[in-house]
Design a protein around this ligand. Structure first.
Ligand code: SF4
Length: 623
């Protein structure tokens, strides 16, 4: 086989043992890699269990890579992590860049699955097919930067490392997983799954050759993409890709602020420039004072990752999502220094910046609105209280006091304890905090936030702009057109097509900054690269079928394990009263109609469960 190693490593922490599953070509033709391979392995490994507890031994966690990982391809290094999410129930898929994906392949595997629970904290040392369970010792309790430094000193720097921080160890329901120093699988609380298994870190190295059918052809398409990219950003340095290259995702702060998409004060409105000093978001300031050198994933010419000029001691310059949610969304729009300190603290302690920021914004909003009373609670935090936010992040990660302990267990329990009057201020869907794109400004994305298998994920379909761009839609053979502020059937048709496309790219474990429709490669070029890597003769339509299989299998697992679509959030129908997104809203009747139509076009019944005929068509066992 080409592009695949043909083996899956399954580690059993309870028995301190492992086995290697051998898979054949028909298996890979059907399940490819990344998101789909992860879902298929997850399904295989939970068969026989009547129910799955996210923090129990029966819940496997899968790290899956893709067929182009290890080739000279920009954006092919991603790793997909899939497990049952600790708060929401139902599976969640999270992704990260870095070299961990290719390292799994160099060790001889397409995926690594961790099952069971260890009785003591361990580091999994995977050196080719030699697997050791090393006592974590003092590493347990260290923040992730310190832990990584210690591990490199002990094991050498040719290992790629995934690790958790104290938040994962303490099973905070929105703990994340860090890969090497700068990459995070942030969403869904999968760090708590590793924490429950007592796995501080997974270190992987290997020397296996990764064979591709026609590496020259792969390189040649990649090179063409690189030249096209360089020309395009020279011509238009202010384009989305130009901004990513020159300023990283930090540059998206200014772009989203201008378009009214930068959430402020718990998604109340888009950040208004006239009321506050936002010089630090301007591209000129960012270039001169904030954004440092590039620190890209290997082979990436877009290089969205940057170091920081203003706080070089930090792990890296925080990403757009983190800065937005721990900045303007908690009232720190003018205080970049505290915002970046909050991002760094979350990154070191192992908390998802988005869900943590949402939790703080919810609490602030509750006190501001009077839903919570300072006298009764003996505590108060308001928008802009940066120092209190920093203290709260530590309290949560270490479960330090009653409030920290309560928030550590997720929004559902927090609302249950603090009262139903706090519910309207929650921006969580199924326990996952809302990303930094205004759902009322982008109703297609807002709609997607409320639907599984990955609720509150902004990277599972193209954003609303594409629905009114006939040039891009023609690639999907779509002649429908919608408007940016509409939630109509056309928007749902576009959402379905781009969801399937994004899922196909996730099953190849590719970076969506590079592989979003029309960004760098044409659909034919992507298909050519996959075929040159694997030796398959797939058409683009067959790649899309893999995307559809990914969504339907994940949807089946999500619902089967207790996941649900989110109820309409009342704040969505309140018209935004000021700022650059003034007037934006989603009507409840549009939403209800869109949900009905969405279920129908996805091949689901009126309750959102995949029809048997849908699953059978894609070769998935019916429910
Ligand atoms: S665009 Fe960014 S995240 Fe994607 S591969 Fe390049 S450096 Fe990594």
């Amino acid at each position: 086989m080409y592009g695949f190693m043909g083996k899956i490593l399954v580690v059993d922490l309870g028995r301190k043992d492992f086995k290697i599953l051998e898979k054949d070509e028909p298996f890979y033709r059907k399940y490819m890699g990344g998101a789909l391979l992860g879902a298929a392995l997850y399904e295989e490994l939970i068969s026989g269990y009547e129910s799955v507890d996210a923090l129990g031994p029966e819940n496997p966690i899968v790290f899956a890579t893709g067929p182009m990982a290890g080739a000279n391809v920009c954006g092919a290094t991603r790793v997909n992590v899939l497990s049952m999410a600790p708060e929401s129930t139902g599976i969640y898929l999270s992704q990260a860049g870095g070299e961990f994906g290719p390292a799994i392949k160099r060790a001889g595997f397409d995926a690594l699955v961790i099952t069971g629970l260890s009785d003591i904290p361990v580091v999994l040392d995977i050196n080719n097919d030699d697997v050791r369970f090393v006592e974590a010792g003092d590493l347990w309790g260290m923040d992730r930067v310190e832990a990584r430094q210690q591990m490199i000193a002990d094991m050498g720097d040719d290992y790629c490392i995934a690790s958790i921080g104290p938040a994962g160890e303490n099973r905070i329901r929105y703990a994340n997983i860090m890969f090497e120093p700068e990459h995070y699988a942030g969403r869904g609380g999968l760090g708590a799954v590793l924490g429950a298994k007592s796995v501080k870190a997974v270190a992987v190295r290997g020397d296996q050759e990764i064979k591709f059918k026609d590496p020259g052809a792969v390189t040649s398409v990649n090179r063409k993409g690189g030249s096209g990219f360089s020309e395009s950003i020279k011509k238009n340095p202010r384009s989305f890709l130009g901004v990513l290259r020159h300023l990283g995702t930090y540059g998206l702060l200014e772009m989203n602020r201008k378009s009214g998409n930068l959430p402020t004060r718990n998604f109340k409105f888009g950040c208004p420039e006239d009321a506050v000093d936002l010089t630090h978001y301007r591209h000129e300031t960012a270039k001169e004072e904030i954004v440092g050198r590039i620190t890209p994933c290997k082979n990436c010419f877009v290089a969205c990752k940057k170091s920081s000029k203003i706080n070089p001691g930090h792990s890296s310059l925080a990403e757009y999502e983190s800065i937005a949610i721990l900045g303007p969304n908690i009232g720190l729009e003018e205080d970049l220094e505290t915002c970046l300190a909050a991002c760094e603290l979350c990154n070191r302690l192992g908390l998802d910046t988005i869900s943590t920021g949402n939790m703080i914004a919810w609490l602030m909003n509750c006190f501001e609105s009077g839903a919570l009373d300072q006298e009764k609670e003996g505590y108060c935090i308001r928008f802009g209280d940066g120092q209190k936010a920093l203290a709260l992040i530590k309290n949560i990660a270490f479960r330090e006091n009653d409030l920290g302990n309560l928030l550590a267990d997720g929004i559902k329990r927090a609302m249950g304890k603090l009262g139903p009057q706090t519910k309207p201020y929650s921006r969580f869907v199924n326990g996952v905090g809302m990303p930094a794109h205004m759902p009322r400004k982008k109703p297609g994305i807002g709609f997607a936030y409320l639907h599984g298998p990955n609720p509150n994920d902004h990277m599972k379909q193209e954003h609303d702009w594409i629905a009114s761009d006939p040039g891009s839609l023609k690639f999907f053979n779509l002649s429908v057109c919608s408007t940016p502020d509409a939630l109509d059937e056309a928007k749902i048709d576009v959402a379905k097509a781009t969801q399937i496309y994004f899922a196909a790219m996730d099953s190849l474990s590719l970076c969506m900054f590079i592989f979003s429709p029309g960004n760098i490669y044409s659909f034919d070029e992507i298909t050519d690269m996959v075929n040159a890597a694997t030796g398959f003769q797939l058409s683009f339509e067959e790649l899309m079928e893999i995307g559809e299989r990914t969504i339907q299998l994940q949807r089946k697992l999500y619902l089967d394990l207790g996941g649900k679509d989110g109820a309409f959030l009342p704040f969505l129908e309140e018209e935004i009263s000021s700022g650059p997104s003034r007037g934006a809203k989603i009507s409840r009747s549009d939403f209800n109609h869109a949900r009905k139509y969405y279920y129908k076009v996805m091949g689901w019944d009126e309750n959102g469960w995949p029809e048997s005929s849908t699953l059978e068509r894609l070769g998935i066992m019916p429910l």
